[in-house]
Design a protein around this ligand. Structure first.
Ligand code: 3PG
Length: 307
């Protein structure tokens, strides 16, 4: 059997070693496709593999059509908007993710982002502290829970909104429960986004919510660029609310316009970098390999996303 690791953004070397060792012990050959640039390269490489590990790499119908032996694809990470789940099901391919495995890395970056913006992006001048400030978490999954705990430890007051999590579970985690998104935005000096990109969330964060934020507030996005309504956010932050800030770990499509109009009040990393730590790569990469072995050997379907 063969497993392909296809990563446009490669894993740390230690993660690759670990993945290879897990597959070798299970009698599976590992094939690597790193830093590829076109879908055609992925299509060529999946032709004879039984299993596939990806990060944000797009697993489209065309890829699945070409993967005649494919039985399982694991997205080493949390968000699976890059997998065509319907096509996976139609091709009898099991799709999984590895929830929580890279969450700490993303949470640490969200914390760093808040401090970076509070200190004027490390340029001269008087900044502010995050201690005592109010943090609003939009959604309360694995990353948000870690951000909440870290923020509380640094003296922030944490509130969360998540219609899919029981209020008592949020309270048990020590965060105040927001009744609505409007309340969350209206009472947060920082809002940190932790929603997935779904048809319901794409383009859902824009001027109508962000305009509710108090003076000097900052929107922090380590989720997906697609959840932002870029046009309305840019319009709001460039005229009317020149006090607000935006920081993201993936550049908006209109990055140049944001940069030009907002100056120091905007920053985005050129590539999505929340999960870019050796630890996160090892956690998510090895989990993906173990899930593949468990499925191929024992039919274990834990973390299956499609039915
Ligand atoms: C995720 O959904 O797990 C994160 O966004 C990380 O994505 P990446 O593996 O492409 O860095």
């Amino acid at each position: 059997m063969k497993a392909l690791v296809a990563t446009q953004k490669p894993f740390a070397a230690k993660a690759v070693e670990g993945i290879k060792a897990i597959f070798k012990a299970a009698g599976i050959e590992t094939v690597m496709l790193e830093k590829y640039v076109s879908e055609a390269e992925l299509i060529e490489s999946v032709a004879d593999v039984d299993a596939l590990i990806v990060r944000s790499d797009k697993v489209t119908k065309a890829v699945l059509d070409a993967a005649k032996n494919l039985k399982i694809v694991v997205r080493a990470g949390a968000g699976y908007d890059n997998l065509d789940l319907e096509a996976c099901t139609a091709h009898n391919v099991v799709a999984m993710n590895t929830p929580g495995q890279n969450a700490n890395a993303v949470a640490e970056l969200a914390m760093a982002f808040m401090i970076y913006m509070s200190r004027n992006r490390f340029t001269p001048g008087t900044g502010s502290e995050i201690s005592g400030k109010r943090l609003g978490l939009q959604a309360f999954g694995n990353v948000a829970r870690l951000v909440g705990a870290k923020a509380a430890a640094l003296g922030m007051k944490v509130m969360a909104y998540d219609p899919f999590v029981k209020p008592e579970d949020m309270e048990a985690a020590g965060v105040e429960v927001a009744e609505s998104l409007e309340q969350l935005y209206g009472s947060s000096d920082f809002v940190s986004l932790h929603i997935p990109a779904t048809p319901q969330t794409v383009g859902s964060v824009g001027a109508s919510l962000v305009s509710l934020m108090p003076k000097g507030a900052c929107l922090v996005n380590t989720a997906r660029k697609e959840v932002i309504d870029e046009a309305s956010l840019l319009a709001l932050l460039s005229s009317g609310r020149e006090d607000l800030k935006y920081i993201a770990d993936v550049a908006p499509d209109a990055a140049a316009d944001f940069e030009q109009a907002l100056g120091k009040r905007y920053f985005a990393t050129p590539k999505k970098m929340g999960a870019e730590t050796a630890e996160a790569n090892v956690n998510a990469g090895l989990a993906a390999a173990n899930q593949i072995v468990a499925y191929l050997k024992d039919g274990c379907e834990r973390f299956r996303l499609n039915r």
